[in-house]
Design a protein around this ligand. Structure first.
Ligand code: ATP
Length: 244
């Protein structure tokens, strides 16, 4: 099991941001994590990435315990958020080199690794371009390359396509699908329902609770609604139709 979460909670003072959630994610799955603003998605991701200590419950990521082995989790996962940090003054290649260093990619492997990623993500003719001169879609693609430079078996994406144009978003999802076909597990939050539709399973968060977890097709069938958009709105309004 790539991710195992059992009765996990996080409180900030009297606010219960994540309330007793449980689920598992299997290798190679594209797992969509949905919910309205403030429902606890980022807090959950931060706990699973080893960036925030839970208040209660259990979680293991790639077999590592989130309480005792947070550093191992951070070194072995890929993480990309909407606020991806590229070094604007550095070129595409220098950014990738920098992240290879952060993730301790063995020196003798760095060159081939970067060349393979550049080739696959079609960054080859932009290697000497400074990040600041790239468009939004290309910046995001470079950020993905940086997040993959250590070949993580699990990639966390927190609203990775916010502010990216539709064509680039579609290309980005083609890349995610290819990654998943190769066995990389993808854990992704999004507010775009066309993206949610591409996930194998979707989890819905509502005020810290996990209120539904199923495939897009079964979520629609069980609620009797035609679109994920409608399912989302129903869950967001009252948590109705959940399986708890
Ligand atoms: N460090 C913190 N201290 C206090 N409260 C926090 C902290 N981090 C998050 N919260 C609160 O916890 C709740 C859940 O927030 P979280 O960011 O996990 O939601 P989200 O589902 O990711 O929302 P969004 O879609 O806006 O990113 C919110 O009420 C938020 O204000």
């Amino acid at each position: 099991m790539t991710v195992m979460v059992k009765n996990l909670s996080k409180s900030f003072g009297s606010l219960r941001a994540v309330n007793n959630i449980s689920f598992t994610v299997s290798k190679g799955e594209i797992f969509g994590f949905l919910g309205p603003n403030g429902s606890g998605k980022s807090t959950t991701i931060r706990m699973l990435c080893g960036l925030l200590t839970p208040s209660e419950g259990e979680a293991r990521v790639l077999g590592y315990d989130v309480y005792r082995e947070a550093e191992s989790i951070r070194q072995n996962i890929g993480y990309l958020s909407q606020h991806f940090s590229l070094y604007e003054e550095l070129t595409v290649k220098e950014n990738m080199d920098f992240y290879a260093g952060i993730y301790a990619v063995p020196y003798r492997r760095v060159k081939e690794r970067i060349a393979a990623l550049a080739d696959w993500l079609e960054l080859g003719d932009k290697m000497r371009t400074r990040a600041q001169h790239l468009s939004g879609g290309w910046k995001q693609r470079l950020a993905l390359a940086c997040a993959l430079v250590h070949q993580p078996p699990l990639l966390f994406l927190d609203e990775p396509t916010a502010g990216v144009d539709p064509a680039s978003r579609r290309q980005f999802w083609d890349i995610l699908k290819e990654l998943s076909d190769r066995g990389t597990t993808i854990f992704v939050t999004t507010h775009y329902m066309d993206e949610a539709e591409q996930c194998g399973r979707l989890a819905f968060m509502h005020q810290g609770d996990l209120i539904a977890l199923d495939s897009p097709a079964d979520l629609k069938a069980d609620s009797g609604l035609n679109s994920l958009e409608e399912v989302f709105i129903q869950f967001a309004q009252g948590g109705g139709g959940g399986n708890e």
